[in-house]
Design a binder for this molecule. Sequence first.
Ligand code: SF4
Length: 453
Amino acid sequence: MAQNIIKHVDSAGPLARKVRPGEALIAINGKPIRDVLDYKFHAYDAKLLLELRTPEGKLRLVKVRKGEGEDLGLDFETYLMDRPRSCANRCVFCFIDQNPPGMRKSIYFKDDDARLSFLMGCYITLTNLTEREIQRIIDLRISPVNVSVHATDPDLRREMLGNPRAGEALNIMRRFAAAGITMNCQIVCCPGYNDGAALLQTMADLKALHPAVKSVSVVPVGLTCHRAGLPALTAFTPESAAETIDAVTQFGNKCVEELGTRLVFCSDELYLTAGRVLPPDDFYEAHIQLENGVGMLRLLEAEFETALKYADAPDGKPFSLATGAAAAPFLEKLLFSAKEKYATLNGKVFSVANDFFGRSVTVAGLVTGRDLISQLKGQDLGARLLISADMLRREEVDFLDDVTLAEASAALGVPIYPVENDGGALCDAMFGILPPIPAPDERAEDTEYNKYN
Ligand code: SF4
């Protein structure tokens, strides 16, 4: 199926009654449209000449005038208007390789698509970019690009990513920087591979690309119990996590002095592993790396405390909160501070151990429906159970193991409310102002995310 076929034309948009579903968009102002990036870039201007191919195979031209930057109101057969690009790597730490067998097919898809980096903030490794694509990012000024760097030493990066092209990343990033393209970077830190001296080198190389490199996160490698046949990796211990935090903090302190920004941040998970107190909220500056779990808990706390100041009395109904083992003490602390203000607040926190991926996986976002049910069944969960919305697959109503919210709710005999990662929403939900429970038929087979997944 051609990916540039128009599926829907907005009846209130500038192309209403000018373009029909079923036609293919070939070019705009003479520029070929190969994918959604071409489309978004070339559709920006106020005066456009569209070249279309009808379902009968005839070419026709359509002139349109609209506001500069105004959306043309077209939906295409696929979100990317192209096939999604999968990765060409065999990373030693790949989480997808560590999934148990038998999960839905989309879970095993390894995307590494520059277009998704720009459109949806996904991180890319740069290893599958052709020269033409690199040049297109520069020409179309696609920015920011989110880069999974891991290591800048070419040999080490080749080894970690299992790809002979992986050593070219720093040169590509230099070209992006020279073209004014900004980058956010991620380092998945694997003890014995890219920590210690290698991490210092990587941070220094990225610092040299500031201000093009805007932020860097250091995230601990996640190891599940499904690693048979994969390279041996070591998990962080409290000691090695503390060493890495110290090295990054020291480096960040220098960056603050020299650049006016900390630049490199450890994820919350690293602090929790080390048993360290999380830095204060203002340490995280603009919170650019929230998606990588950097400063997320501190922000949640700050938002929660603000909401608590203005909260009305709770509804008095007992409730429970379920989260991963890492964040459970943190949520207990928030609940405790809320109870200090309102003694009638009747809630408790349940820490759910991860038996699906292995107990070393402690983040809330990887708690599965089966673990939730098996560990909470028979517990007094009160009138409602609050979970992090991160436990549900994006835009869907089921957990990673395909257990639906409705099934979990029926099995536990309590309504389950997915709460967004927002301290205000969490405070509201504790006090009885509840988010909607997504209906089963809201399972989004056709969301933008699923169109390429
Ligand atoms: S880039 Fe590496 S970590 Fe990401 S999906 Fe591919 S192999 Fe896995």
